[in-house]
Ligand binder design. Structure first.
Ligand code: NI
Length: 164
């Protein structure tokens, strides 16, 4: 699957809930895991592969393949932390982003079963980053506006060069 880059409007749309976890959805998830591995990522949201659905996958430092369908972040810690983020949709850009250190998230798994997960560290970080994608939010929206403008300009120029 092709990963969409900054400038593609699908990345800015609010994704819709997955009505039912069907075989088609499971196939999409399998394809997304292949793509994430190929691209050497630790998280991938459906809108990044052009599917505006509330679904993302994560493989953080614990090495576990995790699927989140129709996720909801129920709780966030008041404690915040800063971490350098990147995104497969914004290649070669890495910036520090401040987010809550711990979260509680509820979602459906690939079998359509609900689960609740308390996460901290890198896992909490990736879940929040991917969850943002479902609302059309990118990590550059959470950094200093001047840096964001530079990144957007760079990607606009690149798109123009490629005739997109
Ligand atoms: Ni991302």
């Amino acid at each position: 699957m092709n990963v969409l880059h900054l400038g593609n409007e699908v990345l800015r749309q609010k994704a819709v809930s997955v009505p039912e976890v069907t075989d088609e959805i499971r196939e999409l998830i399998r394809d997304m895991f292949v793509t994430m591995k190929e691209e050497d990522g630790i998280g991938l949201a459906a809108p990044q592969v052009g599917q505006s659905l509330r679904l993302f996958i994560v493989k953080a430092d614990d090495g576990i393949d995790r699927v989140f369908i129709n996720p909801q972040i129920l709780q966030t810690s008041t404690e915040m932390c800063s971490y350098e983020e990147g995104c497969l949709s914004i290649p070669s850009v890495y910036e520090d982003v401040v987010r809550p250190e711990r979260i509680t998230v509820q979602a459906l798994n690939e079998r359509g079963r609900p689960f609740t997960l308390e996460a901290e560290g890198l896992l909490a970080r990736v879940i929040q980053h991917e969850n943002d994608h479902l609302d059309g939010i990118l990590f550059i929206d959470r950094i200093d506006p001047k840096t964001k403008a530079k990144v957007e300009q760079k990607f606009a120029q690149r798109a123009e060069k490629q005739g997109l």
